[in-house]
Design a protein around this ligand. Structure first.
Ligand code: GLU
Length: 385
C-alpha cells in the first residue's frame, strides 16, 4: 500500500530550494565518551556545503547541547532534573556552536546561531520576528544553526525535542524539504526490534491514524524524540508544504547517502509552502483592522507585489504589528488579507508616504513594506503567488 514508489527517493532532496536538516544527539555525541563525533560531523558539513554550492539554502537544526554539556559538568548518566539540563545545555551549546563555526568556516561558510523557545513559534509576533531573522540570515548567505534555547526553557514551555522544532522551523523558513537524520532509518509497520514481520514504509502520502499508530516504540537512548514526535513533526511539515524525510544518519556523508538511494521514509507534502502560509492568513485569523488602498497599489497587489505605505489611503481598526488586516479596494470591497508590519498608529503616520521616509516619520527604521507579499493573500480571485 504505502511501499509503492513513484519517484526515486532522493528527488525531493535534489529539487528542494530550501532544506532543513535536523541532526539528533545520538549522532552528534558519542554515547560512551560524551564527546562530539567530529569525524562524522565533518562529513555532514561537507554534504551541507555541497547542497549550498548547487544553489540550495540550508538550515541546520542541531541537538546535542545537553548530551555534550553534561559530561563537562560531571552529571551522572540517566535522566536529568530541569535545572541540570538547563546547565548542561548552557555548557554544551557553546561547544556545539564553536564546532560548527570551525567546521563551516573551513568551507568559507558563515554560520549563525539561533536559539528558539517554544513561544517564538507559537506567538505570532515572535514568530514573525524569528521568521524575519531566518529569512534575513538566508538572504545574507549565512547558514543558520538552530537549537531550542534549553537554558531558559522550562518544563511547561518547551518543545523538548528537536523533531518538532525542526518542523516549526521549516514552517517559519518556508522550507520545502525537511530531513531528520536520526538513529532509525525510517518508519516500520511495527517495532522492527520486537517484530520480525515489521515492514519498512518508504513513502507516506498522508499521515493517517494508522500511520500514527505505527509510531509506537522506536525510541533512541540519547535523544529525546521517539518515533511519535517524528510523526508529529511530519504532520506539521507536510501541512506546511514540505517533503519530510526520516533517515538513518549515523553513516558518514549521511545526506549524500540519501541522495544515492539509501533507504528512508518520505512523507509527501499536502500543499506548497506559500499555499499553507496563505491558508493560515486567509482562513485562521480574524482581521484586526482594514487598510484601504489606491488603484495603483491594487494593481501592484494583483501583480503579486507587496503593499507599500505609499499605496495606503486609509486605516481602520486597532491592530498591532503582526496582526492580520483586511485590504480594501478603493470601492470598499475586501480584496486581500495580510499581516501588517506596523501597528495601526504607525500606519496612520506612514500611509501615503515613501518607504524612504519611514525612519524619519516613526523614529525607527521598520520594514519597507506595509504588508510583505509573502504575508499577503488575495481573496477575490486576483493574482496570487
Ligand atoms: N535541544 C536538545 C539539546 O540540544 C535536544 C532535544 C532533542 O534531543 O531532540 O540537547
Amino acid at each position: 500500500m504505502h511501499t509503492r514508489r513513484t519517484a526515486p527517493p532522493a528527488i525531493p532532496l535534489a529539487k528542494a530550494r530550501r532544506i532543513v536538516v535536523k541532526v539528533g544527539s545520538a549522532l552528534l555525541v558519542d554515547g560512551a565518551s560524551g564527546r562530539l563525533n567530529r569525524a562524522w560531523l565533518e562529513t555532514l558539513a561537507e554534504d551541507l556545503v555541497r547542497l549550498r554550492r548547487r544553489g540550495q539554502e540550508v538550515v541546520l537544526v542541531s541537538s546535542g547541547a545537553i548530551a555534550l554539556g553534561r559530561r563537562h559538568l560531571g552529571l551522572a548518566p540517566g535522566p536529568l532534573r530541569l535545572e541540570e539540563s538547563q546547565a548542561a545545555a548552557a555548557v554544551g551549546q557553546i561547544r556545539l556552536a564553536h564546532a560548527y563555526k570551525e567546521l563551516f568556516e573551513a568551507h568559507d561558510v558563515t554560520v549563525a546561531q539561533v536559539l528558539l523557545t517554544l513561544e517564538d513559534s507559537e506567538r505570532r509576533r515572535r514568530y514573525l520576528n524569528a521568521r524575519a531573522t531566518l529569512h534575513g540570515l538566508l538572504a545574507l548567505g549565512a547558514l543558520p544553526v538552530i537549537n531550542e534555547n534549553d537554558t531558559v526553557a522550562t518544563a511547561e514551555i518547551r518543545y523538548g525535542d528537536n523533531d518538532r522544532l525542526a518542523a516549526r522551523v521549516a514552517q517559519m523558513a518556508s522550507a520545502d524539504c525537511v530531513l531528520l537524520l536520526s538513529d532509525v532509518d525510517g518508519l516500520y509497520t511495527a517495532d522492527p526490534r520486537k517484530n520480525a514481520k515489521a515492514a519498512f514504509i518508504d513513502r507516506v502520502p498522508r499521515v493517517t491514524p494508522e500511520i500514527e499508530a505505527m509510531a509506537g516504540a522506536a525510541v533512541s537512548d540519547v535523544g529525546t524524540g521517539g518515533m511519535s514526535t517524528k510523526i508529529a513533526a511530519a504532520k506539521i511539515a507536510v501541512s506546511a508544504g514540505a517533503h519530510f524525510c526520516i533517515a538513518a544518519g549515523a553513516h558518514k556523508h549521511p545526506v549524500r547517502r540519501i541522495e544515492n538511494g539509501a533507504r528512508c521514509t518520505w512523507f509527501l507534502p499536502q500543499g506548497n509552502p506559500a499555499a499553507a502560509r496563505k491558508q493560515w492568513i486567509a482562513g485562521t485569523l480574524r482581521p484586526g483592522g482594514a487598510l484601504t488602498v489606491d488603484e495603483g497599489a491594487l494593481r501592484a497587489l494583483r501583480a503579486g507585489k507587496s503593499l507599500l505605505p505609499a499605496g495606503v489611503v486609509r486605516s481602520r481598526g486597532r491592530f498591532d504589528r503582526g496582526d492580520t488586516v483586511s485590504v480594501l479596494a478603493p470601492d470598499g470591497r475586501e480584496v486581500a488579507r495580510g499581516i501588517s508590519a506596523y501597528a495601526d498608529g504607525d500606519v496612520t503616520r506612514i500611509m501615503g508616504r515613501k518607504t524612504s521616509e519611514i525612519a524619519m516619520l516613526l523614529g525607527f527604521s521598520g520594514r519597507d513594506e506595509m504588508i510583505h507579499r509573502d504575508d499577503l493573500v488575495m481573496i477575490d480571485g486576483g493574482a496570487d503567488r
